[in-house]
Design a protein around this ligand. Sequence first.
Ligand code: TLP
Length: 345
Amino acid sequence: MIDLRSDTVTKPTPAMRRAMAVAEVGDDVYGEDPTVNRLQDRAAEVFGKEAAIFVPTGSMGNQIAVKLHTKPGDEVIVEERGHIFNWEMGTPAIVSGVMIRTVRAANPTGMLTWPEIEGALHINQAYYACPTGLICLENTHNFGGGSVMSAAETDDICRHAHALGLPVHMDGARIFNSAGAQDETVENLSKACDSVQFCLSKGLGAPVGSMLVGSKEFIAEARVWRKRFGGGMRQAGILAAAGLIALEESPKRLHEDHANARRLAEGVAEIRGMSIDPESIRTNIVIFDVSGTGKSSADICASLKADDIHAIPFGPAIRMVTHCDVSREDIEATLVALSGIVRNG
Ligand code: TLP
């Protein structure tokens, strides 16, 4: 099976399994799980922030941040293709009582600039306007095709936002991919942000878990909301043990996933009716338009499935994501299958 649906599908490595088997544990709701505590301390250190908290999912990390940075009735700025707007099931409205104001980035990467954000703000306007309470950035940008935001671009947005008293949260589900692609540190990429969520269970290959990173005060409050959301886990050190390996070891190999994604895009670009600019591929996500093939993305994915190759159709496009359980041979086999489907079409 070649599973390119997402980098969420990875299986724990043998080293993760071993670490999980021998993990020291305690009750994390009491703050007594030594492995969770180690993971949290280490995540804070790697990001150069005061504190971190282990949460079950990226969505929970993002939604705790939205809750803490806003008050009911606020607007939250999210890029139109952003995960918080499209794939977190309206939670900002349900849980935080806020509205998302989407902004479409002119750049196909989905990366917003300050002038674009500024045009959508409601700050110091009439009392009957809906005030902006938070700006969310996404790095890498999933549906921008795994695109990256630089430290300078992030700093620029944060400097302007902070001058207006607005906090900035980064959905850094794949921030290690972004850092690897830019030869940057995750600390530099997010130091100006007030909070960062990153996933251990995507490109980093852990089976479960995300981290929310920020100030001591913010994370103390996040602990309360994690419990309210039902995310107070008990002997979670078993999961944190895999997370520690993901944090320390996995960033070193992400360039392989990025090279595989680039190769995939190069091959796809040569297939009649499929379009993608391979140069645009910076990390592990490849989204390509198949409308020129005369077949729908769903039909192509169904045909791939017959070869036990799995990908997700999105409108006229297909998304394929590389990760540690996908090899170069898998990429070549996928390209052979794709061209066969179009040729026999
Ligand atoms: N993304 C998933 C799907 O939900 C689309 C995927 O397969 O890519 N932020 C970003 C940028 C994400 O891509 C995701 C998951 C999340 C947050 C949420 O993480 P989880 O799934 O752990 O709640």
